[in-house]
Design a protein around this ligand. Structure first.
Ligand code: ASP
Ligand code: MG
Length: 421
């Protein structure tokens, strides 16, 4: 039996018809290597952003169902065009949307998770010698409702397909040359990682390294799908391979530094220090599908017997979160709810920091030298995150990247705008 390679191309790789021809050539080359190829594509260029903008110009709160109806159309265009380009080069290709394949998801609009992928149609078409092009980002519920997986979700579509088809590898082709020790637009001497573990990549992705959709890495880890991130435009560069930590040799305590500028901090002030308050607060947020990142509960004040609960969320969930908190106002007896969205979460990540003391203190010392105030701290086995003022994020990243020895000698050749700070 032939090996199956799943390839995924992001929006920039299919931004216009010339770029779609370039993608067709990459697909055909993999096919000529003797492999079966399933290709997943995103919407062309900034299509999805453009669709969001149109919706928001009609109403500030478009319904989630209609947003999915709208946003899922972008991928419908790119799959058909890519299939045509492959056919024009003399190869047999067919495009399918999520409904045609049977990419089944939960019944949650705008951030559904994939539950199951039917493979019969895919296998039948591969056996018939076809190259298959599948729409990323979208799914379908049991009752035939269209869903989407959340922005950037095509990566997850690709990895889930690779897992379902037991593919040899999933190659994510994008506009960067791989995974870097930090954002090369912020630190030009950032180095490309040849290999990184699933866990490190997950922490980096959650910490704001925008290369991959975090759920794609979770899925790759769960099903042990080797994942390669590489550029659609520099094909001599093999990019970064993401794999199990057991298959790696680790030399440095820290593999990467990331900044997440999309966070907001909420403080729920003066809630009674009694059982059940945190449970109902975070229970209600979970019900609304709002994921919470850092959480800190202060030591109870003696006189009032109250404490403050502070936590961070993604800024896009802020309006929903405030609605939830208002609805719980009577129950939590909070005296005030404070919001700070002028913050950034700066993280250092590395499987090499396990059992190595002094990493956290070096991070804090480095920030202190820059006179950067730390507002919250959280840690996992392989990550330390500090919440700082947004204006301090870039300096923090630069200094941490240097102090943990991640610079390379060459200046990365990366174009693009700096992230908004
Ligand atoms: N087109 C979708 C987005 O822009 C999905 C993706 O690109 O992965 O978010
Ligand atoms: Mg993407």
């Amino acid at each position: 039996m032939k090996k199956i390679i799943v390839q995924k191309f992001g929006g920039t790789s299919v931004a216009d018809t010339d770029k779609i021809k370039n993608v067709a050539n990459i697909v055909i080359k993999e096919r000529e290597n003797g492999n079966d190829v399933v290709v997943v594509v995103s919407a062309m260029g900034h299509t999805t952003d453009h669709l969001v903008k149109m919706a928001k110009s009609l109403t500030p709160n478009p319904s989630d169902r209609e947003m999915d109806m709208l946003l899922s159309t972008g991928e419908g265009v790119s799959i058909a065009l890519l299939a045509m380009a492959i056919q024009a080069a003399g190869y047999d290709a067919v495009s399918f949307n999520a409904m045609q394949v049977g990419i089944l998801t939960e019944n949650i609009h705008t951030k559904a998770r994939i539950l199951d992928i039917k493979t019969d149609k895919l296998r039948k078409n591969l056996e018939a010698g076809k190259i298959i092009v599948v729409a990323g980002f979208q799914g379908v519920t049991e009752d035939g409702e269209i869903t989407t997986l959340g922005r950037g979700g095509s990566d997850t579509s690709a990895v889930a397909l690779a897992a379902a088809l037991n593919a040899e590898r999933c190659d994510i082709y994008t506009d960067v040359e791989g995974v870097y020790t930090t954002d090369p637009r912020v630190v030009p001497k950032a180095s490309r990682l040849e290999e990184v573990s699933y866990d490190e990549m997950l922490e980096l992705a959650h910490a704001g390294a925008n290369v991959l959709h975090p759920r794609s890495v979770e899925t790759a880890k769960q099903f042990a799908v080797p994942l390669r991130v590489r550029s659609s435009f520099k094909l001599d560069n093999m990019g970064t391979l993401i794999l199990g930590v057991d298959k790696m040799e680790i030399f440095k305590p820290v593999a990467g530094v990331a900044a997440d500028l999309q966070q907001a901090r909420i403080v729920v002030c003066d809630v009674p220090d009694k059982p059940g308050i945190a449970a109902s607060l975070f229970g209600k947020l979970a019900q609304e599908n709002i994921s919470v990142d850092m959480i800190i509960q202060s030591y109870a004040r003696k006189v009032t017997n109250t404490n403050d609960i502070a936590f961070t969320i993604n800024i896009s969930d802020l309006p929903k979160t405030l609605t939830v908190l208002e609805s719980l106002r009577a129950e939590t007896q909070a005296s005030d709810i404070k919001v700070d969205d002028n913050i950034a979460k700066v993280s250092i990540v590395g499987a090499g920091m396990i059992d190595r003391p002094g990493i956290a203190s070096l991070m804090f010392e480095t920030l202190a030298k820059l006179n950067i105030n730390i507002k919250m701290i959280s840690t996992s086995e392989i990550k330390i995150s500090c919440l700082v003022d947004k204006a301090d994020a870039q300096n923090a990243v630069k200094a941490l990247h240097e102090v943990f020895g991640l610079e390379c000698d060459e200046i990365a050749d990366v174009k693009g705008d700096l992230p908004d700070v």
